[in-house]
Ligand binder design. Structure first.
Ligand code: UTP
Length: 298
């Protein structure tokens, strides 16, 4: 199987983020912070580790904070330099992106994830590409997209990250219809977006990392509405099977946090806080005390 190198990644960030209102009235969800880094930084770092060199953001009104985040901040840098704060300067430099490495396209109406990806079609061109949803944060020894790029080099086709979910949760995800399960890699014979309870074809949910053939963009030209009246990426990927292309689910190694939901965001905050050497002792002690106090209160 021959597969092309993946150098372009799309970051759809044009959603409304209604689950985080009122915060998202003026702050893009992707700028919300896990410990001291915005969600988008985790996604960018993961993409870089996987060899991505072109970063395509699909944005919308009210997301300018996101665009500014990746620019050089000369005044701030000068202040830090004058104060001799070299460690903080290093932290800041890691957020800078080379000129021309990032491009932005607008989705002028939130018509669905499929539509958001389709908006990037001219920048993607005729090559396979990655999609990362920044609100799915994945803690992993080897970054998730890197794992997928390595697996994709063997399989080609289309690849989605997948993980097992409880049957009652399947209705919140795209779900794989499994043809062949080889452990890490699963070949799919179908995909269903947000199945009704009891109708999910498996317990393997698709989460926000994809490596897709450019033909998916052609499928999206049809602008078919799917679950929730939205133009769904899942449907356009599933359509690939009609033309004889393959879809693989990749069971990544790592822990995924749904930072698009309040509970997931809080869990990620605890996990990432505890993983930080500069915070873990104090934070673990605090959490321990909170739990002990709760026990006493019961
Ligand atoms: P979500 O389903 O989490 O939607 O989108 P949302 O609007 O961000 O959040 P809620 O549900 O209202 O709280 C998943 C990803 O797809 C992007 C979002 O920005 C997010 O990264 N998206 C979704 C778009 O870019 N455009 C869309 O039309 C829909």
């Amino acid at each position: 199987m021959t597969s092309r190198k993946i150098t372009k990644a799309v970051f759809p960030v044009a959603g409304k983020g209604t689950r985080f209102l009122p915060a998202t009235k003026s702050i893009p969800k992707e700028i919300m912070t896990l410990v001291d880094r915005p969600l988008i930084q985790y996604a960018i770092d993961e993409a870089r580790a996987a060899g991505i060199t072109e970063f395509i953001f699909v944005t919308s009104r009210g997301k300018s904070a996101l665009e500014d985040y990746f620019d050089i901040a000369p005044e701030l840098e000068m202040t830090l330099r004058e104060a001799g704060k070299t460690e903080l300067l290093d932290v800041l430099h890691k957020t800078n992106m080379d000129s021309g490495a990032i491009s932005y396209v607008r989705q002028n109406q939130a018509l669905g994830l499929g539509h958001a990806v389709w908006c990037a079609r001219r920048l993607i061109g005729d090559e396979p590409f990655a999609v990362l949803l920044p609100d799915d944060v994945i803690a992993a020894e080897k970054p998730c997209l890197q794992q997928m790029v390595e697996a994709y080099a063997e399989t080609g086709g289309n690849m989605v990250a997948t993980m097992e979910v409880q049957p009652e949760k399947a209705g919140s995800y795209g779900v794989l219809d499994v043809a062949e399960d080889n452990g890490d890699i699963v070949r799919a014979k179908g995909m269903v977006e947000k199945p009704k309870f009891g109708e999910a074809p498996s317990n393997l949910a698709v989460i926000g990392r994809y490596i897709l053939s450019p033909n998916v963009l052609t499928n999206l030209n049809e602008m078919k509405k799917g679950a929730g009246g939205e133009i769904q990426l899942t449907d356009a990927i599933a359509q690939e099977l009609d033309g004889g292309s393959s879809i693989y689910g990749y069971r990544f190694r790592g822990q995924r946090y749904d930072c698009g939901s309040k509970a997931g965001f809080l869990q990620a905050t605890v996990a990432f806080g505890l993983a930080r050497p500069d915070l873990q002792d104090e934070f673990a002690e605090y959490l321990h005390d909170v739990i002990e106090l709760q026990k006493v209160a019961k």
